[in-house]
Design a protein around this ligand. Structure first.
Ligand code: KG4
Ligand code: ZN
Length: 362
């Protein structure tokens, strides 16, 4: 099989992104161009992503980003072997933007169209960056997803656990909001926590000790809200102490869930001599959590792979790479492929029981 060059497009949430990636004949990946327009400032005044604003911003920026990616990599459209676009899960109005544009390019160039599951993009990223062999354990922690997946191969996933209510990044964002910190809250909470006392508030450790790999964060968030309500005023030190205590509860819970997931992985793959834990998603940039992943994976005999920040958060290189891996296996899609706002990686896993107000986070 010769080298494959793919244009990848990502518009599923609040990042508009285009990238060119090459999969060499020996399976090695190379990023030729990777451009992202982050809509953070467009949404910041509202304290969260506004779907209509996101969709309009994707329409406004995607053309320019594709042109820049093509120019940065010095690739012309007739050198492409395929176009990959995120087809779900995500906000429908956004998904349609990259899908329509990707389909139009595929049609005009008469090349394959690849409809990519955004989660598969995150899941396969470590193979773009290095020689990571299947099977491996994936922990995805972002603003929309918190789940463990057993990654057995391209298109072959088994969900080991998921959140039954809020995603971890969502919990960070909600805690930040109720403390009056700006959006997105994760980095703000982490920064404030550095000056705080993690023992001042005894917040719950949700699901700790439970014999599965699921997560739950809405009770923890409620406990934080009640603690804040109980304070006569909210000083800077109070904010720091709440953040530190919240982060300590998160770390304790994640460590416990991670140990369960290591055990679950080994029960499925006894023979995997040197398994890898891959962590992806914006929350993976949290320093306290990174240290925890290093310690816990070392103790459990797992190698650790955490992609650099710009490939942990939403980007189109991961979409292009998933497209290249799929095309190399002959897995292409039709031009009438419909966007899927909800699209679990592991289609046979039923939604986690007690899934939250918005349903299980796929
Ligand atoms: O993967 P991502 O960029 O976007 C999606 O959710 O799709 O993740 C964003 C999430 C936000 O909830 C943000 O607050 C959180 O990641 N986050 C963090 C940190 N940096 C970003 N959470 C905790 N600590 C951080 N340092
Ligand atoms: Zn993502």
């Amino acid at each position: 099989m010769s080298a494959i060059t793919i244009l990848g497009l990502e518009t599923s949430c609040d990042e508009t992104a285009a990238s060119l990636v090459r999969r060499h004949a020996d399976g090695r990946g190379e990023i030729l161009a990777n451009v992202v327009y982050s809509q953070l400032l467009d949404h910041a005044p509202y304290g969260g992503v506004v779907p209509e604003i996101a969709a309009r911003a994707h329409v406004q920026h995607l053309d320019g980003l594709i042109a820049k990616a093509m120019a940065d990599s010095n690739i012309s459209f007739d050198q492409l072997n395929g176009v990959a676009a995120t087809a779900g899960p995500g906000l429908l109005g956004g998904l349609l933007v990259a899908m329509m544009e990707g389909k139009a390019i595929a049609l005009a160039q008469d090349i394959p169209f690849l409809a990519i599951n955004h989660l598969e993009g995150h899941a396969l990223t470590p193979r773009l960056l290095g020689d990571v062999q299947f099977p491996y354990l994936l922990l995805l922690i972002s603003g929309g997803h918190t789940q463990f997946q057993l990654v057995q191969g391209v298109g072959r996933y088994r969900r080991l656990g998921t959140t039954i209510d809020d995603a971890l990044g969502e919990a960070f964002d909600k805690v930040a909001k109720l403390l009056g910190l700006p959006y997105p809250g994760g980095p703000e909470v982490e920064k404030a926590a550095r000056q705080g006392n993690p023992q001042r508030f005894a917040f719950p450790r949700p699901l700790k000790g439970r014999d599965d790999c699921n997560f739950s964060f809405s009770g923890l968030k409620t406990a934080v809200r009640e603690a804040v309500r109980g304070l006569p005023t909210l000083s800077q030190q109070d904010v720091a102490d709440v953040c530190a205590s919240f982060q300590a509860a998160v770390c304790d819970t994640v460590a416990d869930r991670l140990r369960r997931a290591f055990t679950a992985f080994r029960s499925h793959h006894h023979n995997s001599a040197a398994p890898t834990l891959v962590v992806a998603g914006g929350v993976a940039s949290n320093q306290r959590l990174r240290t925890l992943f290093e310690v816990e994976s070392k103790n459990a005999g797992f190698a650790l792979s955490v992609p650099p920040f710009d490939l942990c958060t939403d980007n189109a290189a991961m979409i292009a790479w998933a497209g290249a891996e799929r095309l190399a296996l002959g897995l292409v899609d039709e031009l009438d492929f419909a966007a899927k706002p909800r699209w679990p990686l592991d289609a046979i896993s039923i939604p986690a029981y007690g899934s939250g107000r918005l349903g299980a986070k796929a």
